[in-house]
Design a protein around this ligand. Structure first.
Ligand code: G3I
Ligand code: 9MR
Ligand code: ZN
Length: 555
């Protein structure tokens, strides 16, 4: 990794300043595919080999103002260059893009970042030692092995070892976990052939794909969050966020907050789905998951009302959500797909009347997972009307994304309002919507637009920054991630996705004062204190794994 980005980017480019730059995908492009970069401030460019030899020269169409970056930009199309190698783009003033590869295949191009993005989940493991043979220099001792207690019944304690740390903090939250597992397990279902056993995790070589081994580590923890009556507790964290210490040094009590309908519905959905996925590898485990899903389903039927409470005294993340209809929808279709019992579908008409977004794949809105369940089910599982409804919504949204991407020179399916906390999840779940649209329609433009979204993540953005640690000449380096801050190692663990630019940033390194006049795409600081722009989470990595898996499968 070279080309370190200095302390923070926020505020470094204000309105009115003329920028002359070329932004390229720093990981690179596939020989036979489209190759686009974005030029800012001028139109003439050359494509150079890494040794300086000029391969092509050209001029773009007229520059256009771009609302997201605040720059005057145009698309550079150098698709004609098909020879594998290392290249750089340069404008007439001599400004160079980051270097990038043109590779023979998607597999060749994406495998390193794909492996690291997936190995991230191992590094998030809680409750076990990360041994040197798997974790290398990022090894650490077992953490959070103390018994946890229930906030509403402090005398009741439980062994809660396991699962993944949610993010840069050490909390474990069920709705966030279910969403990450949803991205990962659907990646497996749609592209099983790309998941092998070469992750070098403790279970590697046991005959089960490492992705499923890794997901099971999280699932086993989730099972511990369920009560005997089927209800599932919302989260298990300390009372507040701890300091910047290694996880094994965190000796705070772990408290389990009350059951929520959000957690119970997400749990029902993901355990039902997992029982299907694991059946081929471990039928007994699949049966256990099925029972847990059914119990959660019973709880949902017995508690039709919305239920969620984050006690004020517990200051960690809330994952607050005011509507559980989308979670119940996801649970309904997964439980139906598992049992074929019509009773689960009875909630659907009233949920449809609520006119929810039907394609969301984040922790607030999970209706997109219901869509994926229906759209990817075996023929005849769901009735045609339901299928058509989901299909229409899905393709409408994919068409919208293609149109938005077509309207700017980053080919980014974003409006300024999309730069929220975790904007890179918006980006990557948009790319998921596009790849699934390709899966159901085979239309090339969906795939293309999905890859343009990856271009942005990997450096074709106005920060000239790859949002994945260790991948790209100018990759972000300073995530808000407690182990990375505390371990004394210079390089961050590779393969982590940053939350990304956030217009509503609210920390000491990116906030309204520092960001006054800064364009949405630049509301970002590569600083470990910038939790609102530069944290990492399991559910920001998982959609990247999905998108890369889908693309690699097409080779
Ligand atoms: O949904 C609204 C949208 O309608 C509106 O247009 C937009 C404009 O601001 O905001 C959207 O709400 C945002 C919400 O996330 C949903 O995306 C809020 O502004 C934003 O503040 C909120 O941020 C969440 C953050 O916690 C603060 O609550 C992040 O999504 C969420 O990923 C993050 O999660 C934290 C955990 O609590 C603790 N662990 C780390 C993790 C990552 O930072
Ligand atoms: O580290 C915390 C991070 O995981 C959360 O996403 C974020 C917002 O809830 O909060 C971080 O913790 C900060 C806290 O909110 C305010 N004091 C400083 C903490 C560390 O930066
Ligand atoms: Zn831990």
């Amino acid at each position: 990794m070279s080309g370190a980005v200095g302390e923070g980017c926020a505020g470094n480019r204000k309105k009115g300043e003329v920028i002359e730059m070329i932004y390229a995908n720093q990981i690179g492009y596939v020989s036979g595919g489209k190759k686009h970069a974005t030029i800012s401030g001028s139109k003439g460019y050359s494509l150079l080999q890494e040794d300086g030899k000029v391969i092509a020269e050209g001029e773009t169409a007229e520059l256009q103002p771009d609302k997201n970056s605040g720059e005057e930009t145009a698309v550079i199309d150098f698709s004609e260059c098909v020879t594998p190698g290392r290249y750089v783009l340069q404008d007439k003033a001599g400004n160079k893009s980051a270097a990038f590869t043109i590779a023979k295949s998607r597999k060749e191009l994406y495998t390193p970042v794909f492996r690291d993005a997936l190995k991230m989940f191992y590094f998030q493991r809680c409750g076990m030692e990360l041994e040197e043979k798997y974790a290398g220099k990022y090894k650490h001792k077992a953490c959070h092995c103390q018994q946890a207690y229930y906030l509403d019944d402090p005398g009741r304690k439980v062994d809660l070892r396991g699962g993944w740390h949610d993010a840069g903090d050490y909390g474990r939250y069920v709705t966030a976990a279910a969403v990450a597992l949803g991205h990962l397990l659907y990646a497996y279902e749609l592209a099983p052939e790309v998941f092998g056993e070469e992750l070098n995790i403790p279970e590697s070589g046991n005959g089960t794909p490492d992705l499923l081994n890794e997901c099971r580590y999280e699932m086993d923890w989730m099972l511990k969050m369920q009560d005997a009556d089927g209800g599932v507790h919302h989260k298990a964290t300390s009372m507040g966020f701890v300091g910047f210490i290694m996880p094994e040094d965190d000796a705070e009590d772990i408290v389990i907050t009350p059951v929520s309908s959000l957690a119970t519905a997400d749990f029902a959905a993901i355990t039902a789905m997992a029982s299907r996925v694991y059946a081929a590898f471990d039928p007994e485990y699949a049966e256990r998951l099925k029972k847990a899903a059914l119990k959660a389903g019973e709880w949902l039927i017995a508690h039709p009302e919305f239920c969620f409470r984050n006690p004020d005294e517990v200051k960690t993340g809330t994952y607050e959500d005011r509507c559980d209809a989308d979670e119940r929808l996801w649970a309904a279709v997964e439980l139906y797909r598992m049992t074929k019992d019509q009773k689960y579908l009875s909630v659907i008409p009233s949920i449809f009347e609520m006119r929810l977004s039907m394609t969301s794949l984040g922790w607030v809105d999970v209706s997109g997972f219901a869509g994926m369940c229906v759209l990817t089910a075996e023929e005849g599982c769901f009735d045609e009307k339901l299928l058509d409804r989901f299909r229409d919504c899905w393709l409408d949204e994919a068409d919208r994304l293609v149109k938005v991407a077509g309207s700017n020179a980053f080919e980014l399916a974003f409006h300024p309002s999309d730069f929220i906390w975790g904007s890179n999840m918006v980006l990557l779940t948009n790319a998921m919507v596009l790849t699934v649209a390709h899966y159901i329609s085979s239309r090339e433009e969906y795939l293309q637009t999905a890859e343009y979204q990856l271009d942005y993540l990997f450096g074709r953005n106005a920060l000239d920054l790859s949002f994945v640690t260790g991948h790209g000449e100018k990759a972000f380096r300073d995530p808000h991630n407690r182990p990375t801050i505390a371990d004394g190692i210079d390089d961050p663990i590779p393969g982590y996705v940053s939350g990304g630019p956030n217009r509503g940033a609210c920390d000491t390194k990116a906030n309204p004062e520092l960001l006054a006049g800064v364009a949405p795409m630049k509301c970002y600081a590569d600083h470990n204190l910038s939790y609102s722009t530069n944290e990492i989470t399991i559910y920001w990595n998982s959609p990247l794994v999905f998108v890369l898996a889908y693309l690699m499968r097409l080779d």
